[in-house]
Design a protein around this ligand. Structure first.
Ligand SMILES: NC(=O)c1ccc[n+]([C@@H]2O[C@H](COP(=O)([O-])OP(=O)(O)OC[C@H]3O[C@@H](n4cnc5c(N)ncnc54)[C@H](O)[C@@H]3O)[C@@H](O)[C@H]2O)c1
Length: 328
């Protein structure tokens, strides 16, 4: 199976490491508009370097393309790759506007190819552990979840809430500060309608189809090596917390008053970067038709619709309803 990577920065390297661990998968092409970056990644993984995406697609004819450019450059790359006949794993946020994201999802459907959103937090071992306990009914009915997030993890937490607890029907939100304060290099071209990375203080209430209530609070003033996420869940049976999920130990520390003696053991600590290969490798499984966990293009689009609803709620002070049917 031939893989090509567009965007040879941090995320490009993480994807390449994930593919390179798989038998039968060859990283054949690496493309970046900065020639040294393409050459560096390509030479590290025995691939050919390109500076033009169309040329790489033509020469390599990849089965899979990882889109690892900044957000404003996701849509053109993903759609060119899908049209060339490749399956696409696109970094989050799926696109820089809802219209772009819809066009990407539509193109994948028309071409019959997989489009995935790189929501690698679905592969945090303690999140997978929590999901299996929820599915097995061990924890009882979830009633209330509170999530504290570093702003850079906020959009992942929106996806995680859907992954763990199902569809969100409405949101309320308030915040202090402006997008311009957030030191994120990728803002250029991202629609003003989307929250994406909250400023210094953000709070929201999300209402779920199941009746569950989530309270999500974010700030970029957290330190990533101290707190990326913290999740506190109240169920009909008791309380469970994943405390201080952080760069060095993304599983966090378990704190619960529930009797989990019959449940699978809580996972060992792993660094945050370990979530990338798990996510990339699940996508390869999905392409091979094997059972796999990954966020689809529709999941990426849904997360963006929630980002829009949250910012609309901040701006209007109203409760904003969301369509509960999956986007087409
Ligand atoms: N899932 C995660 O946890 C996670 C973490 C970090 C970044 N990301 C995402 O990964 C993406 C990339 O972020 P990054 O930190 O790797 O950025 P980066 O700046 O390190 O890398 C982006 C690369 O894309 C290249 N590029 C720009 N336009 C191009 C084009 N038209 N053709 C080819 N190459 C082009 C740039 O030269 C650069 O090398 C973003 O969408 C970001 O949100 C995800």
């Amino acid at each position: 199976m031939k893989v090509a990577i567009i965007g040879c920065g941090f995320a490009g390297m993480m994807h390449a490491k994930g593919y390179s661990q798989l038998e039968g998968v060859k990283i054949a092409g690496c493309c970046d508009i900065v020639p040294e970056k393409a050459r560096e990644l390509a030479s590290r993984f025995g691939a050919e370097a390109f500076n033009d995406l169309e040329e790489m697609l033509e020469v390599i004819r990849p089965d899979i393309v990882s889109v690892c450019t900044l957000e404003k450059d996701h849509a053109f790359a993903a759609m060119a790759a899908l049209k060339s006949g490749a399956h696409v794993l696109c970094e989050k946020m799926l696109a820089s506007s809802l219209d772009e994201a819809k066009a990407m999802v539509q193109t994948a459907k028309e071409k019959g190819k997989l489009l995935a959103t790189q929501f690698n937090y679905r592969h945090i071992p303690s999140i997978r552990w929590l999901k299996s306990l929820l599915s097995d009914g061990v924890l009882g009915e979830p009633l209330l979840v509170t999530l504290q997030t570093h702003s850079y993890c906020h959009h992942h937490s929106v996806d995680l809430l859907r992954f763990l607890f199902g569809e969100i029907v409405s949101v309320q939100a308030t915040m202090r500060g402006e997008r311009s304060e957030v030191p994120y290099k990728g803002w250029e071209g991202i629609s003003d309608d989307l929250l994406y990375i909250p400023p210094k203080a953000f709070g929201s209430i999300l209402h779920f189809e199941s009746g569950l209530i989530a309270v999500v609070a974010g700030s970029f003033l957290h330190q990533l090596d101290d707190l990326m996420l913290e999740l506190n869940l109240v169920t009909a049976k008791g309380r469970l917390s994943l405390r201080r999920m952080r760069q060095g130990n993304i599983c966090g520390d378990l704190d619960t008053n529930l009797d989990l003696s019959g449940a699978p053991p809580f996972p060992e600590p792993v660094p945050f970067l370990d979530t990338f290969p798990l996510s990339v490798q699940n996508f390869v499984k999905a392409v091979m038709g094997e059972p796999a966990i990954f966020a689809t293009g529709d999941d990426g689009l849904k997360a963006m619709e929630i980002e829009k609803a949250l910012l609309t709620a901040v701006r209007t002070g109203q409760i904003i309803s969301l369509a509960t049917k999956p986007p087409s």
